[in-house]
Design a protein around this ligand. Structure first.
Ligand code: ATP
Ligand code: MG
Length: 452
């Protein structure tokens, strides 16, 4: 006896049931209908980036580990403990390449900009979207595979570009229906200004050594600025009483900061100064900022950015200024759920009811033409030995699909070269008047009615 086929699978009763496989911890499937919300967000971003003349860049997910060590910094959460790294047998005999799945995209982007000499004819504005990987403790708003959208402007030194990037983000929140955010800004000055602050910062923390946690003690001399970024509530007061970097800035750094603030004010973008907002590495300078919300619990930062005028040189390129931000897609979508506009989930315009399987070849010609004319049509499927299924069950599916119209390809209609179009929803359906006959051969004449 032949094996029984079920939906394309072969069933062998003698086989033991295989163990179920689940996704890797902290890594999520994004399924319909939820995936429509992702597409909606991505479409908004693409359109907005175009209006600000930012162009899309796509870099590989795998890079040499060294890129992130240099581009993010050795004394950071990411490089110390969060990277997915492995050894890949290289093409060269006996050698291994140390590779890492990108934990963020700025280092890769800068690598690509240098490698392809993108700044040869002036500054570049770029944006990216995609998955990033960090081995963190999974929780709400914190995953091991998560997604970022980022915008970066390279080759521009002035505060007008910092402002442009912030205005771009604010415009995005507006288009997404988000108002429950605040913008925190700070200036990190320049390396020489930070050196003065650093000495006093270390002295302050040494005076309060008993208030420091293990991580802070470890970073006291390697990266004291990062201590200000601690998530440990027990260190709140020692961090709040620490000397403020902003008080160590010289006139040029202050002028840059004032320039940014003036543009934000003129554009009615509210901001607050957060003197503890930092990036711990030497190639970050001047402007840093975060968009924060109170609606998402502990993971309240939806977008973070700043200037990194020394990074391009650090990665081996010709020195050039740069500034950018990255937003966390999962967090932004969560915030939209909390307070954003309702997002309409996609439904087909029409559902094709096919009473008799022998009509399928002809029916599909019409469906192809309708789709080419921009109509979204879901075909009834599920033929078996008994045919396409009863009219009752087909209409049930049509209803469930959310389509506004049923296209009924009955024998009588097809014999006249036409199809019956029956409204399923809305006023037209209620008036119950109207099932119309439309010509199969001239789809253009009635396609627009379905799209309406
Ligand atoms: P956090 O302080 O929350 O760990 P971070 O400083 O590590 O954030 P960035 O590297 O600046 O974050 O990344 C920019 C944005 O990406 C964050 O503001 C956040 O919205 C998002 N993000 C970062 N890590 C994760 C993660 N593990 N899961 C989900 N989103 C994340
Ligand atoms: Mg982090």
């Amino acid at each position: 006896m032949p094996e029984k086929m079920t939906a394309g699978r072969t069933e062998k009763s003698s086989l033991a049931k295989p163990e179920k496989l689940a996704a890797v911890k902290g890594m999520n499937d994004i399924l319909p209908p939820d995936s429509a919300r992702w597409e909606w967000l991505e479409d908004k971003v693409r359109s907005l980036m175009g209006r600000y003349a930012y162009r899309n860049i796509r870099t590989p997910i795998l890079e040499h580990t060294q890129l992130f060590v240099r581009g993010i910094g050795e004394v950071t959460d990411i490089v110390e403990k969060e990277m997915y790294s492995f050894e890949d047998r290289s093409d060269k005999h006996g050698d291994y390449d140390h590779l890492t799945m990108r934990p963020e995209n700025t280092a890769s982007l800068v690598r690509a900009v240098i490698e392809h000499n993108l700044l040869y004819d002036g500054g570049k504005r770029l944006f990216y979207m995609g998955p990033m990987f960090r081995r963190e403790r999974p929780q709400r708003g914190r995953y091991r595979q998560f997604h970022q959208i980022g915008a970066e402007a390279l080759g521009f030194a002035g505060p007008e570009v910092d402002a442009e990037l912030i205005l771009l983000a604010a415009a995005l929140w507006k288009e997404l229906g988000l108002s429950d955010w605040r913008l925190e800004i700070n200036s990190l000055g320049q390396p020489d200004e930070r050196a003065l602050h650093r000495a006093q910062l270390i002295a302050h923390f040494e005076q309060h050594a008993d208030a420091l946690d293990e991580e802070a003690k470890r970073r006291l001399h390697s990266n004291p600025l990062r201590i200000l970024d601690t998530k440990n509530p027990a260190m709140k007061s020692v961090v709040e009483s620490a000397p403020r970097l902003i008080d160590f800035l010289g006139p040029q750094s202050l002028a840059h900061f004032e320039g940014l603030k003036a543009i934000l004010d003129a554009n009615s973008i509210p901001w607050t100064l957060n003197p503890r907002l930092v990036r711990g590495l030497d190639y970050y300078n001047l402007t840093v900022f975060e968009f924060v919300t109170d609606r998402l619990g502990a993971q309240g930062t939806i977008c973070a950015g700043g200037r990194y005028d020394y990074l391009i040189e650090q990665i081996g390129g010709k020195a050039a200024p740069a500034v950018g931000w990255a937003l966390g897609v999962e967090r932004v979508l969560e915030l939209i759920k909390e307070q954003g506009a309702e997002i309409a989930l996609p439904v087909p315009d029409a559902y094709a009811v096919i009473p008799d399987a022998s009509a399928v070849p002809v029916v599909l010609q019409t469906l192809q033409a309708l789709r080419a004319a921009g109509v979204s049509v879901q075909m009834h499927a599920g033929a078996n030995a008994e045919g396409m299924g009863s009219m009752k069950s087909q209409f049930k599916r049509a209803d469930g699909s959310g389509a506004k119209f049923a296209l009924i390809f009955g024998e009588a209609e097809l014999a006249q070269g036409s199809v019956a179009v029956k409204p399923l929803r809305g006023e037209k359906a209620e008036a119950a008047q109207v099932q119309t006959l439309q010509p199969l051969g001239d789809v253009a004449a009635w396609a627009s009615m379905l799209r309406a």
